[in-house]
Design a protein around this ligand. Structure first.
Ligand code: GCV
Length: 741
């Protein structure tokens, strides 16, 4: 496009305006506004071209909709994914990233359209065989002396992903014409798990209420459903479980299924499949049966009929996610059956329609006093290979419960035949809720990169999850969503980076968290290195900071009762031993930590011999896992020469200091930020600092009652007494069952 120099200036101002408005703003309800505003700032010549191109695009898109395209969505004759691609690129509706990409390389829209009509792109594409059905190739070529950037895919969903990728490259000011991008997702099911209840409360949700407005559905389609789908598609998320694993059977009744269908209709063109949680006792609760026994013929028939009913409405329905016989949820064991009986019964019902059962292995029994960290492995290992081929077993990243740091769950690598899904928690149940800035891709990466040694060296969790280690066909990464009705979707503006980063790692589990932070900062704020570098450093340290000020050196689950807000290492009065923090830290006058070696619970036997040996020995275990596996005396010497008590205290202090540094970094970045964005994060960081100190002081005062040692030099004096911290109560902390009084 030939643009006059004056117009170029205006154009760059318009692009700047878009960029500076930040991703945080662009994915809010106000999404359209910066785009409209930038449109107004554009030189006429450019807007003219955009309009022409949009009209051209839309006309062509309508034609495309009548073509028979090889589509991955069952039961869909035509598709409107093309409309999404075109509106995303042209800015006609306002895309997630919208205008800049379109203007900078206007011919791209045209190229996309030409490809769709004439199928020219394949003839230009690098090597179409190098991508899979969701993959894409972005390539710049010259055709009749006209430079063209072509996005090619095998199927239309790849084109959508390719377009979003193209826009990201543009927004990061990458020289697209200098590179060829060939990319496909490494994992098949890239899935969000919403713990959303039908009353719109969200279990462990810290970003407002559930997005799903069940009362107004199916008629009322909130714009946020569309924005949600677009944002997910832009990072490759292709499946969503709408409801809480602590399930309510009502969602399977016709009244709710009609609403679910409406959501599925919105998500379909963004390549997102809908799943539901299935309450095991649903045949009794909504089916008038007397039992939910999976071996009962009537029960089996009920689930088969239910599956047929759902697929009639939602032909591309993904399947069921099930939490059974865990934390009070009903399951096959209520009828003397086992997990295989339960999962296979549902799998049989879904199989004719191509659906999957995702069966969670988050189990620990109140009737079993074995170390909780061992129970899931003990119970599920014998079942490896006994599940039907449309069953995926979903395992949390660690053996306890989404702690700031956990060793990996020993089922990874040990399960060789049945595919395992990894479940991460994007919502920050144990990481300061949505008040603390914690960049979680660092945690996810740490787990994915771990070598389990279960099939020789290089048996990493990433390879288990992407199926390459054991050749599993069904591959899945799930993340417990941190999204709600908050204006910025996630509560903390930086919590968007966790949603973003989860999606990126689900696309490619080998990505580096530094690269993810870099992408997020540059597409959210600016490409200016003077901003990007320090903010990246801040994000990358934030995860270690939270470990330090909450659970250093392998301490875990010392959170306050039920809501998990703040410290509660003294709690010892809950109904089950393994719900009490004292169960996990075992502090006494002799020392602190959970002995999981042969002299203790021997949980280490569940790991590969190499790790079992390395972790059993206090000289070879990485110190970050020390108190997870060992109970050690207060004067035990750490590698740096400090005694354990001093080391713990100094780690707590280091965490506080790290938050202090984060504040300094943010303050130095002020010139790059508008006041609102600066203040919002600044205020949140102040709360984080206050709470980091609270953690340090409360834990150290409590543990000091056992160590009887003074705080080492460099650790600040606690602000209050231990009794004060113990007296704090939070009946209305967010993320737990709401109460009116
Ligand atoms: C949805 C933890 C959480 C629960 C959650 C459970 C699970 O125990 O505290 O809120 O329930 O994990 O993952 O099923």
């Amino acid at each position: 496009m030939d643009i006059h120099i004056d117009d170029k200036v205006k154009l760059s101002q318009a692009v700047d305006l878009l960029e500076n408005s930040g991703l945080a703003m662009r994915i809010t309800n106000y999404l359209g506004k910066p785009i409209e505003k930038s449109m107004k700032m554009l030189p006429e010549k450019v807007t003219g071209k955009i309009q022409q191109a949009s009209i051209f695009s839309i006309n062509k898109a309508l034609k495309i909709a009548t073509l028979s395209i090889n589509t991955r969505l069952k039961g869909k004759k035509t598709s409107n994914t093309w409309h999404k691609v075109l509106s995303g690129t042209s800015g006609a509706v306002g895309g997630f990233l919208g205008l800049p990409g379109f203007i900078v390389e206007l011919p791209v829209s045209t190229a996309i359209i030409m490809r769709s009509i004439l199928d020219i792109a394949r003839s230009f594409a690098e090597n179409i065989e190098n991508i899979d059905k969701e993959g894409f190739i972005i390539q710049s070529i010259s055709r009749n002396n006209t430079p063209l950037t072509i996005i090619t895919s095998k199927e239309e969903i790849g084109l959508l992903y390719g377009t979003f990728r193209f826009l990201r490259e543009m927004q990061m000011h990458e020289n697209i014409s200098a590179k060829t991008i060939v990319d496909s997702p490494k994992i098949q099911l890239r899935m969000l798990n919403h713990w959303d209840n039908l009353d719109r409360s969200v279990e462990r949700g810290y970003a407002g209420f559930s997005l799903w407005n069940w009362q107004k559905l199916p008629e009322y389609i909130d714009q946020r459903y569309i924005d949600y789908a677009r944002a997910n598609a832009s990072i490759g998320i292709n499946a969503t479980v709408l409801t809480n694993v602590n399930a309510n059977a009502l969602v399977l009744t016709p009244m709710y299924l009609e609403k679910v269908e409406a959501l599925a209709n919105v998500f379909r063109s963004y390549g997102i499949q809908v799943y539901l949680t299935a309450r095991f006792s649903a045949p009794i609760e909504i089916g008038n049966l007397e039992t939910a026994d999976p071996l009962d013929k009537n029960v089996q028939e009920w689930w088969s009929n239910k599956a047929a009913e759902i697929y009639k409405r939602i032909p591309d329905f993904g399947g069921f996610l099930v939490k059974a016989n865990s934390e009070g949820q009903p399951g096959p064991q209520n009828y003397g059956r086992n997990h295989v009986d339960g999962a296979n019964m549902m799998a049989t019902a879904l199989k004719p329609f191509g659906g999957n059962v995702i069966w969670r292995a988050f189990v620990y029994s109140e009737h079993d006093d074995t170390d909780r960290a061992k129970q899931a492995y003990d119970e599920f290992l014998p079942y490896d290979g006994s599940f039907k081929d449309n069953v995926i077993v979903q395992v949390k990243n660690g053996p306890i419960d989404f702690q700031p740091r956990e060793p990996f769950h020993p089922m990874f690598g040990a399960y060789k035949k049945t595919p395992l899904a990894i479940e991460f928690q994007i919502t920050q149940e144990y990481l300061g809720f949505s008040t603390h800035l914690v960049f979680l891709p660092k945690l996810f990466e740490e787990i994915l990169d771990i070598d389990t040694y279960q099939k020789g060296t290089e048996s990493t969790i990433a390879k288990i999850i992407d199926g390459s280690l054991y050749g599993n066909k069904l591959t899945t990464m799930a993340g417990v969503a941190n999204i709600g009705t908050d204006l910025n979707w996630t509560g903390h503006p930086f919590a968007q980076a966790n949603w973003y980063g989860f999606g990126r790692l689900a696309w490619d589990p080998n990505l580096n968290s530094g690269q993810i932070a870099d992408e997020w900062i540059r597409t959210t704020y600016t490409n200016d290195k003077a901003f990007v570098e320090p903010i990246k450093k801040m994000m990358l340290t934030s995860r270690e900071a939270v470990v330090n000020y909450m659970n250093p050196l392998g301490l875990h689950h010392i959170f306050d009762t039920g809501h998990h807000y703040g410290p509660g290492p003294w709690v010892d009065d809950l109904g089950r031993p393994d719900w009490n923090p004292v169960y996990y830290h075992n502090a006494d006058k002799n020392g602190i930590g959970f002995d999981r070696t042969t002299s203790g619970s021997n949980a280490l036997e569940q790991y590969a011999p190499f790790l079992e040996k390395a972790y059993s020995n206090t000289n070879t275990i990485p110190e970050e896992y020390l108190l997870w596996f060992h109970h050690l005396p207060w004067d035990y010497k750490l590698k740096n020469g400090e005694i354990l008590w001093d080391g713990i205290a100094l780690k707590y202090q280091e965490g506080v200091d790290q938050v202090d540094d984060m504040i300094k970094t943010w303050e130095a970045a002020k010139p790059f930020l508008n006041e609102e964005h600066f203040n919002e994060v600044h205020m949140l960081l102040q709360i984080q600092l206050k709470e980091a100190k609270w953690w340090r002081d409360a834990c150290l005062l409590y543990f000091q009652t056992f160590s009887n040692l003074p705080l080492p030099k460099g650790v600040e004096k606690p602000a209050h007494s231990l009794e004060y911290y113990q007296s704090l109560k939070f009946p209305f902390a967010p993320g737990i069952k709401p109460s009116w009084n």
